[in-house]
Design a protein around this ligand. Structure first.
Ligand code: 5GP
Ligand code: SF4
Ligand code: MG
Length: 464
């Protein structure tokens, strides 16, 4: 999911949030929502669909206010339906609140039972509602917004990057491991130095760029930031133990985002550099699977000295379509999305670079399409290690039995996707490519070493 927030009393906060969500669309395409506060009263609009489908100018005009939060959803827990669209809205003794969540609270099942015992009716099936109810409960028990948010977060385990809007200001919160990203920016030429100012919070820095806000810093793991008319207030609510999601760096986040000070485009290019050193090949052209494989393919070409070429043209307008292709079209497979360039491929030995193989279905189809278009050899290099374990922290990778590398060796995958050779980047290579302390990442989908314990029941549903 993508979360966003704007505190800018003199601006059109709904429109700024709309653009922020637009830049975060890759983080979730299922539903979108914005909540604004206008002198203490809340305005909300949320629905299924892309940001551009959910909002238009009329809707945005009615979302008046001095601050706003927004969300784009991609379902990890809870089914895909409009009731699950965020932000979650609740009423408390201090007024309404809106909460937007990216991540996955792994002990939500237990917390849900606790809430049901307290005679709460849960309207949705999401861990986000559980989080919001815990916070509202704490407010109703007499706590202020900050204390209530801390109380709720202290009961939750797992991944949560949150933006919360209240009648008095905005909260930005990150779990103690900082698994999902969350960054802050400000408007204007001069840094407000934590004093009163106009601030933006976003899952990624690409959300700051689009509204012309300056990147200021990441919300730190275990930190809560309160943004109000009196400026910023930071509370370290939990002992931080950094476990940033490495898959965000490898694939999920946009390459033009900066992750804890590090450019993801440059990181991905370095993955390609290292991959070329680890697993070279005698080929004519280095080619990416667009778009996610592009930076690593450029890095691979740079290190190997072999020319970089585009051999697949991507239709950039293919999103999540609800119209199923006809049977005849399905045989053509990936060509709805990717069309091979015959004149580039004809008679050439190709090395195809992608960021990851998950189920192996796309890769197999692409390889076949390249051969059909005249490639004489197709080799594949993957700029991350084999994905062998599901994610429980908010990235919707399949259950373990669906992950091709969980049950098959590299040689078996090579045969299955019909490539002349296949190699993955080493785990150490993936970590060494970052400029950050390599001990501060979660890489459980590549190792099975989960930094936050997974409840048994939850485990059984996804692990073999
Ligand atoms: P596969 O060959 O495993 O079917 O698909 C691999 C492709 O899926 C890669 O190009 C990668 O960019 C993309 N991918 C990796 N992880 C995910 C994910 O969690 N969701 C989706 N939709 N695509 C993913
Ligand atoms: Fe990221 Fe993988 Fe860890 Fe999930 S399991 S948080 S995708 S590194
Ligand atoms: Mg891809």
């Amino acid at each position: 999911c993508g979360v966003f927030a704007v505190f800018s009393p003199k601006d059109d906060v709904a429109t700024l949030t709309y653009f922020g969500l637009y830049a975060l669309q890759h983080r979730g395409q299922e539903s979108a929502g914005i909540a604004t506060f206008d002198h203490g009263s809340i305005n909300v609009h949320k629905d299924m669909g892309l940001v551009s489908q959910v909002f238009d100018e009329d809707v945005l005009q009615n979302l008046t206010g001095q601050w706003a939060i927004g969300h784009t959803r991609y379902s990890t827990t809870g089914s895909s339906r409009v009731a699950n669209a965020q932000p979650a809205i609740l009423s408390t003794r201090l007024g309404d609140m809106a909460l937007a969540h990216n991540g996955n609270v792994v002990n939500a099942g237990k917390l849900r039972e606790k809430l049901l015992k307290r005679e709460h009716t849960l309207l949705t099936t999401t861990d986000t509602e559980v989080l919001a109810l815990l916070m509202a409960d704490a407010v109703n028990d007499g706590k202020d917004w900050i204390a209530a948010a801390i109380d709720a977060c202290q009961q939750c385990e797992g991944a949560f990057s949150l933006t919360v809007a209240t009648p008095e200001g905005i909260l930005a919160i990150r779990d103690p491991n900082g698994i999902r990203p969350l960054v802050m920016g400000y408007f204007g030429d001069e840094h407000p130095h934590d004093g009163a100012g106009q601030y933006v919070v976003s899952s990624e820095t690409c959300g700051l760029d689009i509204v012309n806000a300056h990147y200021f810093r990441d919300v730190q793991p275990g930190e809560l930031v309160w943004i109000s008319e009196s400026g910023l207030k930071s509370v370290q609510w939990a002992e931080p133990e950094r476990r940033l999601c490495i898959f965000e760096m490898v694939y999920f986040a946009r390459p033009d985002s900066i992750y804890h000070g590090e450019s993801l485009y440059s990181y991905r290019k370095r993955l390609g550099n290292i991959l070329a050193e680890e697993s070279p090949a005698d080929v004519d052209l280095i080619m990416p699977v667009p778009d996610s494989g592009i930076p690593a393919a450029i890095g691979f070409a740079e290190t190997s000295g072999i020319p970089y070429a585009e051999g697949l043209i991507k239709n950039r307008y293919v999103g999540r379509t609800f119209i199923q292709p006809t049977q005849m079209m399905r045989e053509a497979g990936i060509r709805i999305k990717l069309n091979p360039l015959r004149d580039v491929l004809q008679g050439k030995r190709i090395l195809l670079v992608d960021d990851s193989i998950v189920r192996g279905t796309t890769s197999g189809k692409i390889v076949k399409a390249l051969r059909d278009a005249g490639a004489t050899e197709v080799h594949m290099r993957i700029s991350s290690p084999p994905v062998t374990h599901p994610c429980f922290y908010g990235i919707d990778t399949d259950s373990q039995d669906q992950l091709i590398a969980a049950t098959k060796s590299v040689k078996e995958i090579e045969a299955k996707i019909t490539v002349d050779s296949l190699a993955y980047l080493s785990w150490q290579g993936m970590l060494n490519a970052t400029q950050q302390d390599t001990g501060t990442f979660c890489s459980a989908c590549f190792t099975g070493d989960y930094p936050v314990a997974i409840p048994e029941m939850f485990k059984r549903s996804k692990l073999m």
